[in-house]
Design a protein. Structure first.
Length: 233
């Protein structure tokens, strides 16, 4: 597993270099990236990642992180268990207070150096207010104003997030999952805080050499399996 987390670190460093180059070129073309420390808007979204990425985060947890995570996992699990479909899960998660247990009191990311590709790849081309907007409550005129403001040559339409960083991040996350499958015969993906909790509290990585069925049975016996929280591939 050490090799997997080491390679994740290398991929993340590579991604950051590519992302910085893309952002610089985008700004030279007149575009703007509005992300900044403490905005925290996208941190209310569901963040999925590969298990090796979650392991990097788990390895960086402080006692305060662990305590905060323990306080949040019950609400996350309850929300997932009562969500009937993906749309309900995404909406319900976003309504959770302090959905991301890794934000500090200033709404800044406290695990920034080890954050997963899903976080690294979200770059907003519009002011951060749009990252926390509930679009279901907007009028048709307001929705039209939003879409009209989007740079369709650069965003993952109809969102305000740049497309290229997300595409690169997804490719590198998939490479991480493929590497895990090569090593263990299966891979794991899911909700960032949930996967971190499975490692921090249950030391799930120790079971990986025993195979997919053992891991799945272990999680099922402890009622830790939920399609929105963890997927074993």
């Amino acid at each position: 597993m050490h090799q997997l987390t080491h390679d994740v670190q290398q991929r993340q460093q590579f991604f950051d270099q590519l992302c910085a180059a893309w952002s610089s070129e985008y700004r030279q073309r007149g575009g703007s990236i509005h992300c900044g420390e403490g905005c925290g808007g996208c941190c209310s979204l569901v963040v999925n990642c590969s298990f090796p990425e979650a392991l990097r985060v788990a390895g960086a947890l402080t006692a305060e992180h662990h305590s905060r995570l323990r306080d949040r996992v019950a609400a996350i699990q309850e929300t997932a268990d009562r969500s009937g479909d993906l749309k309900q899960w995404l909406a319900a998660y976003r309504r959770l207070p302090e959905a991301c247990p890794f934000l500090n009191r200033s709404a800044a990311c406290s695990i920034y150096p080890v954050r997963p590709f899903s976080c690294r790849s979200l770059l907003s081309t519009l002011p951060p207010d749009w990252c926390v907007t509930d679009f279901s409550g907007l009028t048709s005129e307001e929705k039209h104003a939003f879409t009209a403001a989007l740079d369709r040559t650069s965003v993952a339409f109809p969102t305000n997030y740049a497309a290229t960083p997300q595409e690169i991040g997804q490719e590198l996350e998939e490479a991480t999952l493929r590497q895990m499958e090569t090593v263990y015969g299966f891979s794991i993906t899911g909700s960032l805080p949930w996967l971190v909790w499975l490692e921090a509290e249950y030391h799930l990585s120790r079971l990986l050499p025993e195979g997919r069925e053992t891991v799945q049975r272990y999680l099922a016996e402890r009622k830790l399996l939920n399609q929105f929280l963890v997927v074993i591939l």
